[in-house]
Structures are given as structure tokens and as C-alpha cells.
Unconditional design. Sequence first.
Length: 155
Amino acid sequence: MKKHDIKLLYLLLTLLLSVAMTACGDDKDEPGGENNSSYTERLVGNWKFSSGTETVAGYTFDFTASQLNSMKRDLESATGQSITIWDETLSFTTKKVNGVNYKVKGIELLLDGIEKSDGLKITIKRLDAATLVLHEDFSQMVGETFVADMEYKKQ
């Protein structure tokens, strides 16, 4: 990947996180806003990042845990905020993931502080006893194809 493409990725992620971390609200008034207990129960535990694939403006690339950690550090430095939801390890309880409240609605993972209007949609693409794949779609927010599949393994 060219240096220009990496800079574009960092810019887009910085935009996402600056908006996502400042949004607020909740979905209690929406029909079906309650937790999907089947997914919630299966999510409980620690999940370690194993691989990721990201498509940005038509370019697709794979990234490793090392690259994820590097991007996370760069984004935290750029935004001045701790970004715990994109950690290498996700620790789910029935109500929180890495300290952030969440709900499951259908296959959608809803995080406190991130509204649908922010343009970020996180869905559970795969969840079994050993593997969790989260699909993150930022396309609506940035007006370009910008999606990521993040694969985690149960610890």
C-alpha cells in the first residue's frame, strides 16, 4: 500500500473516531432496542484479534495485530482520546465491551456513544464458539467504500 493510501486511511479513521467518541444518546425508545440474549451470551468472554481486512476507497488490504496496534496508537495520538473498543483484545460481559456499554439488536452491535446518524454500523458477521467476526461499515460517514472485517478468536 502506498504512503498516500495509508495517510488517507489514518485521516478517515481519525474523522470516524473524533465523531464517534463525542456522540451520545441511547436507543431505548426504538422498537427492538433490547439485547439479543443469544448473541449477548455467546459474546461473553475475551476475544483476541487474529486478522483484519479493510477496504478503503476501492483498495483492499489485510492487516495484522501489530498493524492494528500501530494504527490505534496513531489514532489515539491524533485524537487525544483512549480508543478501547478497537483494542487487540475485546472483553465482553453481558453489558459492556472494554468498559463501553453495548446492546445487540438483530445482528447489529450498538455501542454507547455511537449513533446510527454518525455513519458507523457494526454488525456481527460471524459468531461461533471459537470465532467472532465484526463487520464495520463507515461508508455512509465518509461517502466512499470504507469497510472492515475484524476477526477475533475466543480466549
